[in-house]
Design a protein around this ligand. Structure first.
Ligand SMILES: C[S@@+](CC[C@H](N)C(=O)[O-])C[C@H]1O[C@@H](n2cnc3c(N)ncnc32)[C@H](O)[C@@H]1O
Length: 417
């Protein structure tokens, strides 16, 4: 990574402005934008430039706080700070300030990428139960060449060796795996479920990847259960230990509650659940539409589809099919859904998929999004097609980090298409 621009390594004094998407705040110096980490809006700081690629912006770490914000707190983790662990972004901010900054980012992303002001729709970022620490039920630790485990430093391949991560639930944050050496592994993952603790080894994958990228790791369970039971409301779900499940213990139920409240599925309706994973939303949607309804999930992972078959066994009017969500797989369904729910990975659904969904003319689309930028871009596509953003909520399901989850409701605009 080129880090040799003129400002690299220098220390500059800057007034810190608004939070930026990604865990820093925006400052200006000599006409250049500087994204400053470890700072808060309104602070005056001395910041060391950590990256200057000669473009319009550079990155820096606040190394001295000359005028602190009232929202500044002492980071509870001894590994937080400039040049240290990159797992968290906001250890130095109060919980209220973290949510305020995330809310500002949601508003800013919608203004910039969707061209709309969501102030009237959006009440701010909602906290999940449990506080800022001890919420991660799964942590993927990185392993150094010498076998010691920790977490990557910010934008670095270097690993900060840890004896505990305060974000983890017991057994995960203070994992015994951290006290051991793991020679030959690229990572060690620890997950807690109702069945106990699972430890998964990441070994270097084989084969070649384009553009010098590392092949995907080979992942295997080395200790504990290989199938995890996860509970949402009254239902238990079974998920492969290396399959997708929300990491915050209250996240799945919270997002499911929000998306069901938004789209209000009615008995007898046909619903599409896209990017369905192990069928968590599929099952809850199926319960809502009842035996006269129909829920069709699409999911690309073969293993998640197998888990979904188990999880939906008592709901024969619901099923998850293995397919990538794209124009062709949507057309092949041959249904006119009343409601579509989508929960895509970080990149969002994208223009083509969204256009195909809008063309199906459902009465409502519920969108669960882990990146407000991708959501805002996809919402713009819907607005251009005569749809409206009718509701949006955001949840702090990832305290101390810049991440957040949004749940949005899109409906056809009264006068639109
Ligand atoms: C954020 S998870 C959501 C899972 C599920 N809704 C839940 O809450 O448990 C996204 C899922 O999309 C799947 N996925 C990723 N890209 C996909 C694609 N192009 N088509 C279908 N599924 C995809 C992943 O395997 C993953 O299970």
């Amino acid at each position: 990574m080129a880090e040799n621009g003129p400002l690299f390594g220098t220390v500059v004094e800057v007034e810190v402005g608004a939070p930026a998407h990604g865990g820093s705040c925006v400052a200006r110096h000599d006409g250049r934008v500087i994204f400053v980490r470890h700072a808060l809006p309104g602070e005056l700081v001395r910041a060391r430039v950590t990256e200057d690629r000669g473009g319009a912006f550079c990155r820096a770490d606040a190394v001295e706080i000359l005028r602190p914000s009232d929202e500044r707190v002492a980071p509870p983790c001894p590994h937080a700070g400039p040049g240290r662990c990159g797992g968290c972004d906001w250890q130095h901010a109060s919980g209220a300030a973290q949510r305020d900054m995330k809310g500002a980012i949601v508003r800013e992303q919608f203004e910039r990428l969707a061209g709309i002001d969501v102030a009237d729709l959006f009440a701010g970022v909602e906290a999940l139960p449990g506080g800022l620490l001890g919420w991660r039920t799964r942590i993927a630790y990185a392993v150094r060449p010498d076998g010691r485990a920790g977490l990557h430093r910010h934008r670095s391949h270097q690993v900060e060796v840890l004896d505990a991560c305060p974000l983890g639930v017991p057994g995960v944050g203070d994992a015994a795996a951290l006290a051991r050496s793991w020679p030959g592994l690229t990572g060690i993952e620890v997950a807690r479920s109702a069945d106990g603790l699972s430890v998964l080894a990441h070994r270097p994958g084989s084969g070649r990847q384009a553009r010098g990228r590392r092949p995907p790791d080979r992942v295997s369970v080395v200790d504990g259960p290989s199938r995890l039971t996860q509970r949402v409301g009254e239902r238990d779900f079974t998920v492969a230990a290396d399959g997708f499940w929300q990491v915050h213990p209250d996240a799945a139920a919270t997002f499911a509650g929000a998306v069901l409240a938004a789209v209000a599925p009615q008995p007898g309706e046909t619903v599409l659940d896209l990017y369905a994973g192990a069928g968590m939303l599929t099952a809850l949607l199926a319960e809502a539409v009842g035996t006269t309804g129909n829920v069709i999930g699409l999911e690309s992972s073969r293993r998640a589809v197998a888990d979904a078959a188990t999880n939906l066994a008592d709901l024969p009017w619901a099923g998850v099919r293995q397919a990538r969500v794209d124009e062709a797989s949507l057309a092949a369904l041959g249904v006119d859904p009343d409601v579509i729910v989508l929960d895509p990975p970080r990149a969002g659904a994208g223009r083509t998929v969204l256009a195909a969904l809008l063309a199906m003319r459902p009465r409502a689309i519920g969108y669960v999004a882990c990146d407000p930028a991708a959501l805002a871009r996809d919402v713009r596509v819907a607005l251009d097609a005569g749809w409206q953003l009718s509701a949006i909520r955001a949840f702090d399901a990832f305290p101390m980090t810049h991440h957040l989850e949004c749940v949005a409701l899109l409906t056809p605009a009264p006068s639109g298409g």
